[in-house]
Design a protein around this ligand. Structure first.
Ligand code: DAT
Length: 172
């Protein structure tokens, strides 16, 4: 039984979903997109007018995920990480993209000007990396470049190797 859990985090648009789904299909782990989970279960607590998006009910998200996380074998994708229990994750990857690359991806999504600017700033100031370092042990937090297709392939191969090693280390 594969018990490890992986967290993929980073600013919206850095490539978490793309990497998470591909990694799931190649590793056999289960992919969970927290944004989709919230939408499906309507796990919201109000609406943010400024950013034009619903506000996540973090407690209900944690309750909803608890059983699957303790079973293990899960890849979680979310642009935030400070509300998950620390013990859930064995490794945390913070994806990063260059400003110009990220700007184009977010523009394609039709984000309003404020949301675009704030997300680019979030990336410049490495907000998600800082959040990950504040929430998990430094040695399990890793940054990954996510600008081009080759980065995606490299990241998948690197994570698959890490999973293989983790399984070896944890099989008695
Ligand atoms: P996120 O889940 O972090 O919001 P995404 O996976 O939806 O991001 O990716 C946003 C867009 O960028 C999408 O059109 C796919 C593209 N993309 C993701 N990773 C990429 C990569 N390594 N190289 C090129 N494009 C990538």
């Amino acid at each position: 039984m594969l018990l490890l859990n992986i967290l993929l985090t980073g600013t919206p648009g850095v490539g978490k979903t793309t990497l998470g789904k591909e990694l799931a299909s190649r590793s056999g782990l289960k992919y969970i997109n927290v944004g989709d989970l919230a939408r499906e279960g309507q796990l919201y607590d109000g609406y943010d007018e400024e950013y034009e998006c619903p506000i996540l009910d973090e407690d209900r998200i944690v309750d909803d995920l608890e059983n699957q996380m303790s079973e293990g074998g899960v890849i979680v994708d979310y642009h935030g990480c400070d509300f998950f229990p620390e013990c859930w994750f064995h490794i945390v990857f913070v994806l990063q993209a260059d400003n110009s690359v990220l700007y184009e991806r977010l523009e394609t999504r039709g984000y309003n000007e404020k949301k675009l600017k704030d997300n680019i700033q979030c990336e410049i100031f490495q907000v998600l990396y800082e959040e990950a370092l504040a929430s998990y042990k430094e040695e399990i937090v890793h940054q990954l470049p996510s600008n081009k297709r080759e980065d995606l392939e490299d990241n998948i191969n690197q994570i698959l190797k890490w999973i293989e090693q983790w399984i070896k280390d944890h099989s008695s």
